[in-house]
Design a protein around this ligand. Structure first.
Ligand SMILES: Cc1cc2nc3c(=O)[nH]c(=O)nc-3n(C[C@H](O)[C@H](O)[C@H](O)COP(=O)(O)O)c2cc1C
Length: 205
């Protein structure tokens, strides 16, 4: 598939069939995802892969209490055979930017020195690679947050302290779906998104 097609076709899929994703295909998607750019080549993004029925069920037990589950808007999401929790280590960025070639940036001083926390940026690029790879492979995927369950998921899976769970990507074979609540919001036209030279310059003006 052409990249331009994958970019246009990609959308979050929240309903899946139970068929497994071939392990080799999953590995290839994760391998492509990790090739995203990272600031200073810090390379501090990791994947917690839950790809057995037991592991997936355990995730949902931690993140979606039975009382909420009965009225959950996306029951088809719970069928996804693979969940990839995307992890990032902010402290690794501080350590990387304290190295000799980066120390002049001042970003090695601590997390508060970062006006733009690049760990979130890098994790977003990894997630986008994964989402586009899924489209290319004919699979569905959805990124969603862990919210209040982040610490519980990290602890239950033995993730060392300091790592953050940016979000979870559900992967699997698409089932009939409906668009998410936010997806109907209009995408601003290109002319509103692009500011050439100055913010108040009319497009192509
Ligand atoms: C950082 C981020 C967090 C998101 N979190 C959720 C979420 O928790 N639950 C959800 O259903 N969708 C979530 N989404 C999906 C967005 O709602 C979706 O991308 C948006 O409505 C546009 O739809 P599309 O991706 O299908 O084009 C998230 C997307 C992003 C980029």
């Amino acid at each position: 598939m052409e990249l331009s097609d994958a970019l246009r076709r990609r959308r979050m899929v929240r309903s899946f069939g139970p068929d497994r994703v071939e392990p080799a295909l999953l590995d290839s998607l994760l391998d492509a995802a990790r090739r995203a750019p990272s600031a200073g080549r810090t390379e501090a993004t990791r994947f917690l892969v839950l790809d057995t029925p037991e592991a997936v069920a355990g995730y949902w037990d931690l993140t979606l209490a039975p009382a909420r589950r009965v009225s959950f808007s996306w029951p088809g999401l719970l069928v996804a055979p693979v969940l990839v929790v995307v992890l990032v280590d902010p402290a690794a960025y501080v350590a990387r930017y304290a190295e000799a070639d980066k120390v002049a940036t001042g970003l090695g001083a601590g997390l508060d020195a970062w006006s733009v926390p690049y760990w979130w940026v890098d994790a977003g690029a990894v997630v986008q690679n994964l989402l586009l790879g899924a489209v290319d492979a004919g699979l569905g995927a959805c990124l969603f947050g862990l919210f209040a369950a982040e610490d519980a998921v990290l602890a239950a899976h033995g993730v060392p302290g300091g790592w953050r769970a940016v979000g979870t990507v559900a992967l699997g074979h698409r089932a009939p779906d409906r668009a998410g609540r936010s997806a109907g919001r209009p995408r601003p036209p290109l002319g509103e998104v692009v500011h050439r030279g100055r913010w108040d310059q009319p497009p192509n003006g």
